[in-house]
Ligand binder design. Structure first.
Ligand SMILES: [Zn+2]
Length: 342
């Protein structure tokens, strides 16, 4: 982009004194990884693409469903009908929003085997995940490679977010240790979520992201925010310092990255189980022919879906599968073995 084109496109942002032409150039060279492209990830990616951040890597393991459309702003009805992977649908939509940046959609689960490769060449990581295991893994990589990330979470009408800057702030593990053991968590699958809560958290995460990318972030000004948009309760507190006794940022034990804390099978809400089967690529065309004998099969170049009442199997080309209709890992395992192979 020439500088006059750049000025036309981003004029309102360049006029903003904290950014200016120099800041805009910096954003155009920035590289950001977004982990998860559901509600938070969609809103973050939309904002960063429009702001002209030069490279976005969007990592997501899931596909678009009708019930996502209420809050996941990058997707539309056609994406849901085709059951497109969110990373693919996001990449396509963002290319139409801003063709001058690069967007790389990665259809994958962030796991210890790929986490350093997928996050290591970006300068900032944004949290759009919905589970503590993946956040633990992001935190391990961020601390190990000294990269900032912005934690965020939403449920019902409430949200929380905090910038995590290794060496300066508490890490995610420091926060958990401080909070004590967590029991059963409320999730969007059990108590729902309203879209203004998503947009509030994403907006604050993106503000942190811009300050970090522009080199304007300061520990003294950093805050942890919590809010409930329905009850109009908001609080913000100074970001805590690292805990000296933290196993992750203190002792540098990376338990998620070493695979110690990563289960092979995870419950992913909405009455379904995910089976991780990496290192085993599937020929989807061949599989589709084989599965047609067992039930209704639909697919696109990225995944296949098989309905065998009362279950729904969604199989990705990397061998991963999401088994709907059960919360029992043993049932999911046996369905996988029966239809995909053991
Ligand atoms: Zn820590």
């Amino acid at each position: 982009m020439s500088s006059s084109e750049e000025f036309r496109r981003y004029s309102r942002q360049i006029l903003f004194a904290e950014i200016g032409a120099e800041g805009q150039r910096r954003l155009s060279q920035a590289r950001v990884a977004l982990v998860g492209c559901g509600a938070l990830g969609s809103a973050q990616a939309n904002a960063l693409a429009r702001a002209g951040v030069g490279f976005l890597r969007i990592i997501d393991r899931d596909f678009v469903e009708e019930s996502n459309l209420q809050r996941q702003v990058l997707f539309d009805e056609a994406d849901a009908q085709e059951a497109l992977p969110k990373a693919v649908a996001a990449e396509r939509k963002l290319a139409r929003i801003n063709s001058s940046i690069r967007v790389e959609g990665v259809v994958a689960d962030l796991v210890p085997q790929n986490a350093e490769a997928l996050l290591g060449d970006c300068e900032l990581i944004l949290d759009g995940t919905d589970n503590f295991e993946t956040r633990g893994l992001v935190n391990d990589v961020a601390v190990k490679l000294a990269k900032p990330w912005v934690y965020g979470g939403v449920v019902a009408s409430s949200g929380v977010l905090m910038p995590i800057v290794p060496g300066q702030t508490a890490c995610f593990d420091c926060l958990l240790e401080g909070a004590g053991a967590t029991g059963a968590e409320e999730t969007c699958d059990t108590v729902g979520v309203i879209n203004p809560a998503v947009n509030w958290v994403a907006a604050l995460q993106v503000s942190e992201a811009l300050r970090l990318l522009l080199g304007k972030w300061k520990f003294e000004q950093a805050r942890m925010h919590r809010g409930d948009l329905w009850r109009n309760h908001f609080q913000s507190s100074p970001v805590p310092k690292p805990r000296p006794d933290c196993r992750t940022c203190g002792a540098r034990e990376f338990r998620y990255l070493s695979g110690e804390a990563q289960p092979q099978i995870t419950l992913c809400g909405r009455n379904s189980v995910q089976i991780h089967e990496r290192g085993r690529r599937l020929d989807l065309a061949q599989l589709r022919e084989r599965l047609a004998a067992h039930g209704t099969v639909r697919g696109n170049p990225f995944l296949l879906r098989l309905w065998v009442s009362p279950y729904e199997l969604t199989v990705f080309a990397d061998g991963r599968a999401i088994i709907g209709g059960t919360k029992d890992p043993a049932v999911a395992r046996s369905l996988y073995a029966r239809y995909i192979g053991s």
